[in-house]
Design a protein around this ligand. Structure first.
Ligand SMILES: C[S@@+](CC[C@H](N)C(=O)[O-])C[C@H]1O[C@@H](n2cnc3c(N)ncnc32)[C@H](O)[C@@H]1O
Ligand SMILES: [Zn+2]
Length: 373
């Protein structure tokens, strides 16, 4: 079956009766990831403006090649790699079909990254589930930017905690801000992996959408920069009784014995997680400018990027509905809610994690008082 995305038309395996696209032995294609790919293309355009020397792009898990083909159409010198020979043949066909240069190679991503004579400026990891098995090869061999998708949200956010500990060598906790917990656990592991190569992997754009987290990490190959970034790792101490949380940037955790706000002792500590900015607002705004009307998810991509660019840089968002339930109060419109925090003198913005997510520098007690009757 043929699919149009952005400026390209590609062949993908058709869905069989009763089977979801991407299921079974066919080459993988997931139409619900179009937003992810639209943002990828806009991010590559914005990155080429920021770093004009960045020209080579490795789609390390290419499947149909849809992402690599779209990157090639955006002007990158693309290589699509996959272990599945049928995927490689399809990616090659899809490059040719769109009149685009580019290579398609049947290689394991790790082996290829370590062997390749080309040092790729941009490496994109889009595996099934966790990207961690590929992170070392990417950070050891990419020159400038590493783009990462993770779809194993249950281990990341603490819902499957043992699995999260094994994969990410950190302690995730299941809280009401689980998409952000997952993103910050992922960033913690990626930043620590890059640091082993004396490299800072600085998040310049990240988002959590539906069932995946996506991040774009700009590499800075200086040990001192890696040290600076590691200083943004730390812990969140979360009170299950009143939902207060405190954030602690340190190598070791110092959890309080009891909650400062309610005195309760049902405290969860997560970490080391990444507590720094998940995006560079200027870059997010620039990516937004590169979203084109021809993209299938242009409206959602623009909304998402607007929210990410404006999002207050504080770790862990609140959810208005969860707080209102806690306080037995009716929920109100998000704009009204955020405005009442600002009127009370706090910084506050929506957060992209959900329609009822917001960020503020107010404590949970201050939020309750500022937004009450
Ligand atoms: C989620 S799909 C990629 C989807 C694609 N990037 C897109 O945007 O539609 C994951 C792909 O990784 C491939 N893969 C699995 N293990 C791999 C490995 N070790 N090296 C390279 N590719 C691998 C699979 O064959 C599959 O095609
Ligand atoms: Zn408490």
């Amino acid at each position: 079956m043929d699919v149009c995305e952005g400026d390209v038309e590609i062949s993908v395996p058709g869905a069989r009766d009763g089977a979801a696209e991407g299921a079974g032995d066919d080459v993988f294609y997931n139409p619900t990831q179009e937003l992810n790919r639209d943002v990828t293309v806009a991010a590559l355009d914005a990155y080429a403006e920021r770093e004009p020397r960045a020209s080579t792009y490795l789609d390390a898990m290419a499947a149909s090649g849809i992402r690599g083909v779209r990157a090639a159409a955006a002007g990158f010198d693309v290589t699509c790699a996959d272990v599945d020979p049928e995927a490689v043949a399809l990616a090659r066909e899809n490059l040719e079909r769109n009149g685009l240069d580019g290579a398609a190679v049947e290689r394991d991503a790790n082996a290829f990254l370590h062997d390749s004579e080309t040092v790729f400026d941009v490496v994109d990891l889009d595996p099934f589930g966790t990207p961690i098995p590929f992170a070392d090869a990417a950070f050891a061999n990419a020159r400038s930017l590493v783009c990462v998708t993770a779809t194993d949200t249950a281990p990341l956010c603490g819902a499957h905690q043992r699995s999260g500990i094994r994969t990410y060598t950190t302690l995730p906790q299941n809280t009401e801000y689980h998409p952000e917990m997952g993103l910050r656990v992922l960033l913690s592991a990626l930043i620590r992996t890059a640091a082993r190569y004396d490299t800072a992997a600085v998040p310049i754009l990240s988002h959590v959408t539906r069932h995946y987290a996506r991040t774009y990490l700009q590499l800075d190959a200086r040990a001192t920069s890696a040290d600076d970034l590691l200083a943004d790792l730390g812990y969140v101490h979360h009170c299950e009784d009143c939902l207060r949380r405190t954030h602690e940037r340190d190598l070791i955790a110092h959890p309080p014995d009891a909650c400062d706000a309610c005195g309760g002792d049902r405290l969860l500590t997560a970490g080391p997680i990444y507590l720094g900015p998940i995006a560079d607002p200027a870059f997010a705004r620039s990516v937004r400018e590169y979203v084109t009307d021809g993209m299938g998810e242009a409206a959602r991509a623009r909304r998402l990027l607007d929210t990410v660019a404006a999002e207050l840089d504080t770790p862990t968002h609140y959810d208005q509905h969860r707080l209102c339930k806690q306080w037995s109060r009716p929920a109100v419109g998000m704009d009204e809610f955020v405005d009442s925090l600002r009127d009370a003198g706090f910084s506050a913005t929506r957060a992209h994690y959900s329609g009822t997510a917001f960020k503020t520098d107010a404590t949970v007690t201050e939020i309750r008082d500022a937004t009450g009757e």
